[in-house]
Design a protein around this ligand. Structure first.
Ligand code: CA
Ligand code: CA
Ligand code: CA
Length: 352
């Protein structure tokens, strides 16, 4: 029999409590609402967690990963048991910046008939304009989800959240339609997963759900977000790392889903070795070069950077789709290198 330690922070107040609990439940993280507290608890089996909830009046919400389960408590229950509530504030500022295409030999791949057809890419970002005239063909809006609003409409309602729409165009903008650009994997299917938004913050549990979302369908998870540049070492929480490991071991029917991450825009003032998302063994971090073929001024140099693709620099920036059905040409940053790499990997999966 193990004790269950809840670690929670409610706002700035901290109350500590140890909860006697069911065997096997050993860890927790959290998510908070107004009157309820959600946790991920680690356990070998769902039935252990269900039994625990019967005893302690929590609700069993479901499985998050192969070893974490989602439960919900009334706040007063937590207080009664004593407990400490920790809201992981991981407002991930991503990279709002870039386009240009010298030669990644993509057009050669197109001539071989490779266009991403049959490959599904999840774009984890701040939403996508699903009826954009250059994107609507590619987006599976029935499968898409908004973890910020907790609904299924991923079209952002503020112009500040245009990042995901730009990222998506580089992957899957339609070919030969005289609108904006053509994406590298223009026939791929996009599932939008909205986890970022103006002033929204996400938790370890939300990241876990996003990184394992529609894992039966998704081949590649494209991530143009990560820790804030410059200061500190930040990495996956326990639950999101568990989701990542599930993805690379169980995804794509056991062949492993592919996780592409932007390497970050901290330039010489940062180092992506200290970005736990980019430096994780199971992710493919992508950095940027400019049209001059050199590392972009914002690119971070680190041992884990897997590859570089083109992004914008002052001499030439990237063009892609944006909100309000527009097309913009001011993009730069590793945010726009990552989706190019995701799309090139889609062509590769289609070939093999
Ligand atoms: Ca929404
Ligand atoms: Ca187009
Ligand atoms: Ca960084």
């Amino acid at each position: 029999m193990g004790d269950l330690m809840f670690t929670l922070i409610w706002g700035s107040a901290l109350f500590a409590v140890v909860q006697k609990s069911a065997a096997g439940i050993s860890a927790s993280q959290l998510h908070q609402d107004i009157d309820v507290v959600e946790f991920a608890v680690e356990s070998d089996t769902a039935s252990t967690v269900v039994d625990f909830c019967k005893r302690y009046e929590c609700s069993f919400l479901g499985k998050i990963t192969s070893k974490y389960f989602h439960i919900k408590f009334k706040e007063w229950t937590i207080r009664k048991f004593g407990g400490e509530k920790k809201l992981q504030d991981s407002a991930k500022r991503f990279y709002r910046n870039g386009d240009v295409f010298p030669n990644t030999r993509v057009s050669e791949a197109w001539r071989y008939g490779l266009n991403g057809s049959g490959i599904t890419i999840a774009v984890l970002d701040d939403g996508i304009q699903v009826d954009h005239p250059d994107l609507r063909q590619s987006i599976d809006d029935v499968s898409s989800i908004d973890f910020i609003d907790m609904d299924f409409n991923i079209t952002p309602d503020t112009l500040a959240d245009s990042h995901g729409t730009k990222v998506t165009g580089l992957i899957a903008a339609e070919a030969n339609n005289n609108v904006c650009i053509v994406g590298v994997a223009y026939a791929s299917t996009i599932i939008g997963v909205r986890i970022l938004g103006e002033d929204a913050s996400i938790t370890d549990i939300t990241e876990a759900m996003a990184l394992s979302y529609e894992s039966e369908k998704v081949d590649i998870y494209s991530n143009s977000w990560g820790p804030e540049d410059g200061h500190s070492y930040t990495t996956f929480g326990r639950v999101s790392e568990s989701a990542l490991i599930d993805g690379v071991t169980l995804g794509r029917n056991g062949k492993g889903a592919i996780y592409v991450f932007a390497a970050g825009n901290g330039g010489k003032g940062d180092n992506c070795n200290a970005d736990g998302y980019a430096s994780n063994l199971y992710t493919i971090p992508i950095t940027s070069i400019g049209i001059d073929g050199k590392a972009a001024h914002y690119s971070e140099v680190c041992a884990s950077a897997f590859a570089a693709t083109y992004s914008g620099i002052s001499e030439r920036k990237l063009t892609s789709t944006s909100l309000n059905s527009t097309c913009v040409s001011d993009l730069q940053g590793t945010s726009f290198s990552a989706p190019e790499a995701s799309a090139i990997l889609a062509l590769t999966l289609q070939a093999k």
